[in-house]
Design a protein around this ligand. Structure first.
Ligand code: ADP
Length: 183
């Protein structure tokens, strides 16, 4: 099964992604995690990724698409995956025709997202959790990623869930919507 997770920053994509991984037995990967690892490399690409992420901007489609394609071509993802953070732009979605089953949009208001991210700042110590970068990432979400939801809605693949409930309730809603789509 191939599932894409979409949601505003702070919507709980990685929490839900990991629960789905356990429940469905499908590997989980996140492009944010991939880029945070690449940002540690002392190469021109590593430096570009680090600066772009820390400012809260998206990595260019030209760089992102081949990096993600390379990961997904690995044998462990052959039978499926839960992908968090990609595609995040229409150009990425168009280039990525990979037999996706579902695109799950975890819906959370901007206010709730901001409150959660401000809390996370103290615990996760991410370089891109500065106030400016958070603001920028939320803006990028509305500009670039909301159109991706519309793109998949038109293809009949979009599942929308209310992300402002408990972790278990959100997980149950995702599972039951996946089941009703399948049957
Ligand atoms: P969040 O969803 O909280 O912004 P992520 O960990 O998903 O955090 O992503 C962190 C950063 O990684 C983004 O701000 C962006 O710079 C980069 N990134 C992740 N996925 C993509 C993508 N598909 N396209 C371009 N940049 C990306």
């Amino acid at each position: 099964m191939k599932i894409i997770l979409i949601g505003i920053q702070g919507s709980g994509k990685s929490t839900q992604g990991n629960l789905l991984r356990e429940k469905l037995g499908v590997p989980y990967l996140s492009t944010g995690h991939i880029f945070r690892e690449l940002a540690k490399e002392k190469t021109p690409t590593g430096r570009y990724i680090k600066e772009t992420m820390n400012a809260g901007f998206l990595i260019s489609d030209e760089k992102t698409v081949p990096i993600v394609a390379e990961y997904l071509s690995r044998p462990e993802y052959e039978d499926g995956y839960i992908l968090d953070g990609f595609p995040r732009t229409i150009a990425q979605a168009r280039e990525f025709e990979n037999g996706i089953d579902y695109v799950v949009n975890i819906k959370v208001s901007e206010q709730v997202a901001l409150a959660r991210l401000t809390l996370r700042k103290g615990t996760e110590n991410r370089a891109d959790d500065s106030s400016n970068a958070i603001k920028q990432r939320i803006e990028q979400f509305f500009t670039h990623t909301i159109p991706v939801c519309r793109y998949y809605k038109e293809k009949g693949k979009l599942i929308e869930v209310d992300g402002q409930r408990s972790i278990e309730e959100i997980h149950e809603e995702i599972m039951s919507k996946i089941k009703s789509h399948t049957s």
